[in-house]
Design a protein around this ligand. Structure first.
Ligand code: PLP
Length: 447
């Protein structure tokens, strides 16, 4: 505990920043912005990104040797924490048997079967290498199957960086105040209708105007790319009803929420509230790869059989269903199905949010928080936001002070207020208590 020795703490902090700073200077010479994914650059919060040297359980260590309690977990995949022994063993064994074949393996079937057993809405699925690829192909499939072009998406939802979906997306794009991207033809963006999340009236209007041209609707059932915003049950139900009535494909993007908010994903939570409604296609990633590049999309058999080689919708991948990635995903899915896994994870996540809320209240800072399974979000707002506009009303300057206050105390949360957080099964009671303690100090100074 370096905090008991202020001089040592200061010294460690200085060398820690220097090592990370030196790496960042080097990185900037050869990698645009020094990073391979924009939000890692700390542009929203300022300061120097931490270069990770290694990670174990709920911690990682940066270039200066400083340890952090990790609430990002690779943005969701590390639900078991880093270096889980069973997963590590499965990966090592698979690697020894070959890295990639470009030919089918039994493990791909096993992973497809394991996912299908957990998500009743999926009858068939295909494995790919990233959530972007999965979302992009789900859209192509919806268009191919319906013979229509238009897609509905919601402001603040992120579905990867495919052209059609890079329209008012959240996360890194929101951070830059850049609602869309250069390089996306207006002709492509024109087919994407962007609506406000949780706005049922707008949704109904869009379908009444364009119903016959809408190929599909893609949504995050719990939005994790504008921090943490739930779709209301009423809104979710209208999405299903309107898609059914107009012959559009309902796509749930559960890349973040799948196997993270519950074993059966966010769709299992809504199915409990309104029985019988489920998506036509589900897009998955993150947890199903356990930290390896692996994602998937799946749904009704009739739709999935539209894919090549059976049908006219083309999709392929040199590394799709990679043998090391599938081994990692299978081992991860096996662990999260242990009895009580999600109960404990959810209780720990709630405990963290309750601790943060109590500390914020004591500091007199407006605060609201929500969580489900091992995913959480908190806002420096008096009430939970319902859409992107409301999320944007958060106090960014105060959040940035809070972020750095936590970082200096060894607690690593997302470097932008538009991002969700993640608790893993490796976080202990001591980690949670230490994090709440750090939060109490950080929020008091961030006030
Ligand atoms: C992370 C994410 C994606 C993109 O997945 P990548 O593997 O980064 O391409 C898509 N949709 C949602 C909801 C995500 O959270």
């Amino acid at each position: 505990m370096v905090f008991f020795f202020p001089h040592i703490h200061t010294l460690l902090m200085t060398s820690r920043i220097d090592s990370n700073e030196a790496l960042m200077r080097r990185a900037r010479q050869v990698i645009p912005g020094g990073v391979n994914s924009p939000v890692r650059a700390f542009r929203a919060v300022g300061g120097t990104p931490r270069f990770v040297q290694r990670a174990q359980g709920p911690y990682f260590w940066d270039a200066g040797g400083a340890r952090y309690i990790d609430y990002i977990g690779s943005w969701g995949p590390m639900i078991l924490g880093h270096g889980h022994p069973a997963v590590l063993q499965a990966v090592q064994k698979a690697a020894a048997d070959g890295f990639s074949f470009g030919a089918p393996t039994e493990r791909e079937i096993e992973l497809a079967e394991a996912i299908i057993a957990l998500l009743p809405s999926i009858e068939m699925l295909r494995l790919v290498s990233s959530g972007t690829e999965a979302g992009m192909t789900a859209i192509r499939l919806a268009r191919g199957a319906t013979g229509r072009n238009k897609i509905i998406k919601f402001e603040g939802c992120y579905h990867g960086h495919a052209d059609a979906l890079l329209v008012k997306a959240g996360s890194g794009l929101a951070t830059f105040g850049n609602p869309t991207s250069a390089g996306v033809p207006a002709e492509v963006a024109r087919h994407t209708i962007v609506l406000e999340y949780n706005n049922t009236a707008q949704l109904e209007e869009a379908f009444s105007l364009h119903g016959a041209d809408i190929a599909g609707l893609i949504m995050e059932p719990i939005a994790g790319n504008m921090n943490f915003v739930r779709a209301t049950p009423e809104f979710t139900q209208r999405c299903r009803q309107l898609c059914t009535r107009h012959g559009a494909v309902l796509i749930y993007d559960e890349v973040m929420t799948g196997f993270r908010v519950a074993l059966g994903g966010a769709q299992s939570l809504y199915a409990r509230l309104v029985p019988g409604f489920e998506p036509d296609i589900t897009v998955m990633g993150k947890v199903i790869g356990g930290g390896m590049p692996l994602a998937a999309f799946g749904g009704k058999r009739a739709l999935m059989e539209q894919l090549a080689p059976l049908g006219p919708v083309y999709q392929a991948g040199t590394l799709s269903g990679n043998p090391v990635a599938t081994a990692c995903g299978l081992a991860t899915l096996r662990e999260i199905q242990r009895p009580g896994f999600f109960e404990t994870l959810a209780a720990n996540t709630c405990q963290l949010m309750d601790g943060f809320a109590a500390a914020a209240q004591a500091a007199g800072v407006p605060f609201s928080a929500d969580c489900e399974g091992g995913m959480f979000g908190f806002f420096l707002l008096p009430a939970l936001p319902q859409n992107y506009q409301q999320v944007m009303q958060s106090d960014a300057a105060r959040f940035n002070r809070l972020f750095h206050g936590l970082l200096d105390r060894g607690v690593y949360i997302a470097p932008a207020l538009y991002e969700a957080g993640f608790v893993s099964a490796a976080h202990t009671q001591a980690d949670l208590q230490a994090s709440i303690h750090a939060f109490a100090q950080a929020i008091a100074t961030a006030r």
